[in-house]
Design a protein around this ligand. Structure first.
Ligand code: GLU
Length: 446
């Protein structure tokens, strides 16, 4: 069977760690199987959908390395959904309903008050032809529901066996009064027309699947396989939805400055039997993809875990890979020696700017003992400076002051960099150079 999968975000917001995980799993599976990956934009809600979000979704997917083979938008297929509705009407499975939102809300309320599940009571099924004709003549527009008579059962690739009895779910609305098709329906028409082989999405869609399987059957299309992924929770215990802003892909990239591979490494392995380790690249994640590794418990997303992975990934980025990004940060003069000196100390790439400023521009010293740093300044050796300079110099300062260990090194680091930690001083000192070093040891900002 040739694999065709899709993701179907609505362009009504930014991609976040929840839906990007579904995107990643679809993409990894497609690439693992040599199949195709489709991007569909579910944009039938014209009020809430925007071009800006559509562009952001594409940008964020590409940033993560998730390229797609085909794309389309639901808004371009309204005529097709109309034809599919006719097909369902002919099959006797679509029926018109005239209840208003308020009436439906009232029904639900009274069912709940009586301890009943708020399932649609199918009152509209008992409307006669005359009733319908009268309402239509009076200008009332119906919405259309799907008569759901089927037991739905499937072997979920993640959840195992799933079964839904008829009557457990409301007959879903297919098309609204204003003619706009709803997701449950349009999605099946699209998946059927495209020949989607596997639907991989969040666990929140399990009940939709029960309905949608029946729709696939009535539309006479092969029912795909399903994999429902447990929903990610935040380690703080908060629901993801409350923190969507900070957990958006754009937020991770632009505010936290994380590497795309760190996001992919974490999301591909979170909640699976694989250890959470940095991947060498996307190919490694593709090679190791297997539905059987995905657990059923909701995985916890922890930002500090992401940052730890990020640092480890950054420490392997070569100068050649980093160079264009350094240029974009305004650091075109930064050379390979500098990159190698500061790289082991970076948590996020943009920190390289701080070290550039400290080494090459201005830094305010922190002086604990002015007498000590002044004497140390006098002992600085003549040029040329290289990686051995720090050792020779600090040996001399040690002899002169009788200090050793932290007592000796920390005041020098604080004076030279203004910070208590950072890259190795033997690499940093020659980059700072004698003029700035002398001035800082004397307490000047230089
Ligand atoms: N537009 C739907 C969503 O974002 C798509 C779900 C699906 O994968 O079918 O939830």
């Amino acid at each position: 069977m040739s694999v065709l999968v899709r993701i179907a975000p609505s362009p009504t917001g930014f991609l976040h760690v929840g839906n990007i995980r579904a995107a990643l799993m679809n993409w990894l599976f497609a690439r693992h199987e040599g199949g195709r990956f489709l991007l569909r934009l579910d944009d039938t809600d014209r009020e809430r959908s925007s071009e800006e979000f559509a562009k952001a979704i594409e940008r964020d997917l590409l940033w993560l390395g998730l390229n797609w083979d085909m794309t389309f938008r639901q808004s371009g297929r309204l005529a097709r959904y109309g034809a599919a509705l006719e097909q369902l009407k002919k099959a006797g499975r679509a029926y018109p309903c005239f209840e208003t939102q308020d009436e439906l809300a009232l029904k639900r309320k009274s069912q709940l008050a009586r301890g009943l599940p708020p399932v649609y009571d199918r009152a509209a099924l008992s409307l006669s032809r005359d009733d319908i004709a009268r309402k239509t003549a009076a200008g009332q527009k119906p919405h259309w529901r799907f008569r759901l008579d089927d037991t739905a059962a499937w072997d979920d690739l993640v959840q195992g066996r799933k079964e839904f009895r008829p009557g457990a779910l409301s007959d879903p609305v297919l098309v609204r009064e204003d003619g706009v098709p709803l997701y449950t329906f349009a999605s099946v028409v699209d998946d059927a027309d495209a020949g989607v082989s596997h639907v991989i999405r969040g666990e929140d869609h399990v009940a939709n699947t029960a309905v949608q399987i029946a729709l696939w059957r009535v539309l006479d299309a092969p029912v795909p396989a399903f994999a429902h992924l447990p929903l990610i929770t935040l380690s703080s215990g908060e629901e993801l939805s409350k923190r969507l802003g900070s957990m958006s892909v754009a937020g991770l990239r632009d505010d936290l400055g994380v590497e795309p591979l760190a996001v992919a490494s974490l999301l591909a392995r979170l909640g699976t039997s694989e250890p959470i380790e940095p991947a060498a690249g996307m190919q490694e994640l593709i090679n190791r993809f297997d539905f059987r590794k995905i657990g059923r418990a909701p995985p916890k997303f922890d930002t500090s875990e992401l940052m730890r992975l990020n640092a480890r990934i950054l420490h392997h980025v070569s100068f050649a890979e980093a160079a264009p990004r350094l240029q974009a940060l305004g650091l075109a003069q930064l050379d390979e020696a500098f990159w190698n000196a500061v790289r082991p100390n970076l948590h996020i790439l943009s920190e390289v700017k701080d070290w550039w400023r400290i080494a090459k521009e201005k830094s305010a010293p922190v002086i604990e003992d002015a007498g000590f740093t002044a004497r140390a300044a006098a002992l600085l050796p003549p040029e040329p400076w290289n990686e051995t300079t720090w050792h020779g110099w600090t040996e001399a300062v040690k002899k002169d002051s009788g200090r050793k260990g932290k007592e000796l090194f920390m005041p020098l680091r604080l004076a030279l960099t203004g910070r208590a930690d950072g890259p190795e001083m033997k690499a940093l000192l020659p980059l700072i150079g004698p003029a700035r070093a002398k001035a800082r040891l004397a307490g000047e900002t230089a």
